[in-house]
Design a protein around this ligand. Structure first.
Ligand SMILES: Cc1cc2nc3c(=O)[nH]c(=O)nc-3n(C[C@H](O)[C@H](O)[C@H](O)COP(=O)(O)O)c2cc1C
Length: 342
């Protein structure tokens, strides 16, 4: 059934079909149809960062930037949902078109540029939702905020979402906000992580709630960069790491329609690079900092490789667009049979 729906949706521009899909999902959820149509994944609880995940398959950030569709998404069977990236102020992102399908390789290129309605709107949406599962909230900086002041944007968002989020993801790896990825390097990163960790302690004392902080990195890192990020993570005592965001390396899709579009590449072609970087992090962090894998996961086999490569959870985005919601239970069912690490 999904392949038929997909054929129709893929006739439309990518962003429009995304919006229509959400309209359909929201309606199906409201009339209580969604949970009847979608196969329920086996429950396979995973405990990590002090949280309990119903199954280890999550939705990666960027699909529901404002937290407007949490209820419908939860009925698709995800073990956790990450919303955002959200910034302090609303911003419109880059001009359309800004999302492209590379159907030859089940990939996407996007240069959305953190289009979102701002953190206050997201907070209202989360407060209005009935969802009880694990909710990650992914935060970033506004395009106009200079890099030197980036920490202020992260602190503003962190403070506003702290009590609502199960965990907070610090996104410093989207390629579509100029300069953002520089935050992954040396002194910027140390200062950022130390500042956020201090804020976390302050908020823990004020609220009595511990909300884990997770960093999200790019797959385009060399060994030195992996080493310096790992040192910063260990020194600051961050709670988790998501590997990875989209890639700026388009060499694997050369010659395909849209391959020259600016933006971040996601889906099948980035799987190997994302796994390789994940393995490098795992070798350095061992089990001190848990890993969440994202990047090209579009089958139970690929999810299994990521879990065997040291990840405790997986997230899907592009694979979910190409394969449909059945992918969630396919992966969750596989993981339930493989004696998954916790
Ligand atoms: C259209 C699109 C928008 C995205 N927006 C965000 C975002 O706002 N924040 C973020 O951290 N990652 C964002 N991502 C990256 C995904 O969360 C994910 O890390 C990446 O696409 C790799 O996973 P995949 O190959 O399964 O898509 C976006 C990806 C796509 C395709």
């Amino acid at each position: 059934m999904y392949s038929l729906i997909r054929q129709l949706l893929f006739l439309l521009p990518a962003e429009l079909s995304h919006e229509l899909t959400f309209k359909g999902l929201d309606i199906a959820s409201q009339v209580r149809l969604l949970s009847l149509l979608v196969p329920k994944p086996r429950s396979h609880k995973v405990k990590l960062m002090g949280l309990e995940f119903d199954n280890p398959v999550g939705l990666a950030a960027g699909l529901d930037k404002n937290g407007q569709h949490i209820q419908a998404l939860s009925e698709l069977g995800f073990g956790f949902i990450e919303i955002g990236t959200v910034t302090p102020l609303a911003q419109s992102g880059n001009p359309k078109p800004r999302m492209f399908r590379l159907t030859d390789s089940d990939a996407l290129i996007n240069r959305m540029g953190f289009n979102n309605e701002g953190v206050d709107a997201l907070v209202k949406n989360v407060q209005a939702s009935r969802y009880q599962g694990v909710l990650g909230i992914n935060i970033g900086k506004n395009k106009d905020t200079p890099l030197e002041n980036a920490i202020d944007d992260y602190l503003i968002c962190m403070e506003k979402v702290y009590e609502l989020a199960s965990y907070i993801t610090i996104n410093i790896s989207s390629p579509n906000t100029p300069g953002l990825r520089e935050l992954q390097s040396g002194s910027y990163l140390t200062e950022l992580l130390d500042g956020l960790k201090a804020k976390q302690l302050e908020l823990l004392q004020a609220t009595g709630k511990n909300t884990p902080l997770v960093l999200k990195v790019a797959p385009d890192l060399d060994q030195d960069e992996v080493q310096s990020i790992s040192n910063a993570l260990l020194n600051s005592g961050l709670d988790g790491l998501i590997v990875s965001n989209t890639s700026i390396d388009k060499s694997l899709v050369t010659g395909q329609p849209h391959a020259d579009e600016q933006g971040g590449l996601s889906g099948q072609p980035i799987f190997d690079a994302s796994l390789a970087v994940q393995r490098q992090f795992h070798a350095l962090l061992t089990d001190k900092i848990p890993l969440i894998a994202a990047g090209g996961i579009d089958s139970p086999d690929r999810a299994q490789q990521r879990l065997e490569g040291g990840a405790s959870l997986v997230q899907v985005y592009t694979g979910f667009i190409y394969q449909g919601p059945g992918l969630i239970s396919e992966i969750a069912d596989r993981v339930a049979t493989m004696g998954h690490r916790k």
